[in-house]
Ligand binder design. Structure first.
Ligand code: FAD
Ligand code: SF4
Length: 517
């Protein structure tokens, strides 16, 4: 018998009595919300399912598979120790739940956050084997979204203003935002000059449960990409607490100013790395929000973090729900169709910014927001990469990726695939931005101001997509600058785009000679 099964049997003890049974999906691992929160442990029973087919459905990063499995197994043990009866099953979701509902009676469940799981369970909800209740993990309601955003296009800042006003969070008594501004975003754009030293990311001692999960992942999903690092997995509730304590005390005081900075040796800077456990509900958004509000922090840092949690995170969830996962809206408005180059899977590209971030992702299943947006998505956008392929890559590569969060962030934001549905303009830049906000260019074969191909690719992007972007007031200046480029410059821009695209699509390296002016 496995270490986990033995530990679960010991934790559960003998005889469980009559129970009210709740199905807990893999990303709702908490008893702080939902039906489980309203039952005494002695009257509650939970069903947890490990579905090998789900793990094999996409080539998920091994670290992600390990995080989900060890979190779910630790949650099972923690609940058993509270006195909750646990049925821990291995198999497909639908068949397993149907069998159990026959045996135990209809199971209650909170609405799954992932569309993919909702679809899979819809027949069971329809015939009453599963009784669906609202998901209580969100901090905002569909009414918040409809009242503030109405018909598309939708804007995060309109939603955020509405939610701040309705909840009174970071609002003064006179109804004005604390500090006189809704957002301190403009204060949070400093490059990091190499000091002060960022907090050291915590490591966790793997227990027998985590080690067993790691062996299972290597055995069953050994062909999946990514490095499995058990010391980086916050698995038990105590480890999740330690991660959050570190984030609260060490990261949040410095969170604001360097939020947009990127550095090759410091992949986290002052970011909290909380998204992986937050999206699994090993800690709830409510707990995080309450803790942050109670902290003494510089306002720019406090507001900056709350905007991410209460603003962006909630907003993308509502966009996903309102568009059937971006499926009811056009989701490739630029008609981009290049296959995602092998560079995203770890083949060196010669572009140091891209190679550094890709390395971080396959080593850790993590990189912070700006690297996702201004390196990985920016370069894919400049190359006209098929947005669905880019989305699917993000989905498998990151430990915090689930459809409700990855689809709007990639399709709606990074790849500009839904146009101005949820952002005002494409997030594209040449080398100047990457050079200003990072240290990647030092040590690159290219010089950001001389021969870096990203800048001509940026101009070529504007030139190619001029017709789609014209009329957008936020693009007026870049398009005007683009129009001032000479014919010779434009020809070179297009040639660099073609050449870099050709080389990367073939899995090759881009060298200065390939794109020499
Ligand atoms: C192209 C792209 C893909 C992304 N894919 C994902 C994804 O699959 N899963 C995911 O959780 N986030 C995703 N994000 C959002 C964001 O990059 C991550 O939430 C963040 O980097 C997680 O690291 P952190 O916990 O250190 O974040 P911090 O910088 O410490 O931020 C705090 C928290 O704010 C929340 N947050 C901030 N921005 C967003 C956002 N745009 N959407 C949702 N939550 C947000 C997260 O919960 C995060 O933990 C993506 C962003 C982009 C641009
Ligand atoms: S020089 Fe260009 S390719 Fe090299 S790291 Fe800088 S932006 Fe990236």
């Amino acid at each position: 018998m496995s270490v986990f099964r033995r530990a679960l049997r010991e934790a559960m003890g003998e005889g469980s009595g009559a129970r009210r049974w709740v199905y807990v999906p893999y990303d709702q691992l908490t008893h702080a919300i939902g039906p489980l929160s309203r039952l005494r442990p002695s009257e509650a029973g939970i069903v947890l399912i490990e579905n090998p087919e789900k793990g094999a459905r996409r080539p998920y990063h091994k670290q992600k598979l390990a995080l989900v499995l060890t979190s779910q197994r630790h949650f099972a043990l923690e609940q058993a120790k509270r006195g909750v009866a646990v049925r821990y099953e291995v198999g497909p979701y639908g068949d397993t739940l149907r069998r159990l509902s026959g045996e135990l009676g209809p199971l209650t469940m909170m609405r799954p956050a992932e569309r993919e799981l909702r679809e899979e369970l819809a027949p069971l909800v329809q015939d009453g084997a599963l009784v669906e209740e609202p998901h209580e993990g969100w901090l905002t309601t569909p009414e918040d979204f409809s009242a503030s955003c109405g018909d598309p296009p939708w804007r995060m800042d309109t939603f955020y203003r509405h939610v701040r006003t309705r909840t009174g969070i970071l609002m003064d008594d006179d109804g004005q935002p604390a500090g006189g501004r809704l957002s301190f975003d403009a204060d949070n754009r400093k490059a990091w000059p190499g000091e002060p030293a960022p907090p050291e990311v915590p490591r966790f001692r793997p227990d027998d449960i985590t080690r067993e999960v790691a062996a299972l992942v290597e055995d069953r999903f050994g062909g999946h990409p990514g490095i499995l690092d058990v010391g980086a997995l916050p698995a038990s509730q105590a480890q999740v607490r330690r991660l959050w304590d570190w984030a609260r005390t060490s990261c949040l005081p410095g969170f604001g100013p360097y939020e947009d900075a990127m550095a090759s040796g410091e992949r986290t800077l002052w970011h909290t790395r909380i998204s992986g456990v937050l999206n699994l509900h090993r800690i709830t958004p409510r707990e995080v929000l309450d803790d942050v509000l109670a902290l003494e922090l510089p306002l720019a840092s406090k507001e900056g973090f709350i905007r991410q949690l209460l603003g962006w995170r909630e907003f993308v969830h509502h966009v996903h729900e309102a568009t059937d996962g971006l499926r009811s809206v056009p989701s490739n408005v630029l008609g981009a169709s290049r296959d995602l180059p092998a560079a995203w899977w770890g083949t060196p590209s010669g572009l140091r910014c891209l190679d550094e971030v890709v390395r971080a992702v396959w080593e850790e299943g993590y990189s912070h927001h700006i690297t996702r947006l201004m390196v990985l998505s920016n370069l894919a956008l400049l190359l006209d990469v098929d947005p669905r392929q880019l989305t699917d890559w993000f989905w498998v590569a990151y430990t915090d990726a689930y459809d409700w969060v990855v689809e709007p962030n990639v399709l709606g934001m990074g790849a500009f695939a839904t146009g101005t549905l949820m952002i005002t303009k494409p997030y594209v830049s040449g080398a100047a931005y990457i050079h200003r906000m990072s240290d990647y260019c030092a040590g690159c074969a290219f010089h950001p101001k001389k021969d870096c191909p990203i800048t001509p690719m940026y101009w070529a992007f504007l030139q190619r997509h001029r017709a789609s972007l014209e009329g957008n007031p936020r693009m007026a200046m870049p398009l005007a600058s683009c129009a001032r480029r000479s014919d010779a410059q434009r020809q070179r821009d297009a040639a660099v785009f073609e050449r870099v695209g050709e080389l990367l699509t073939a899995g090759g390296l881009v060298r200065p000679d390939d794109v020499a002016p």
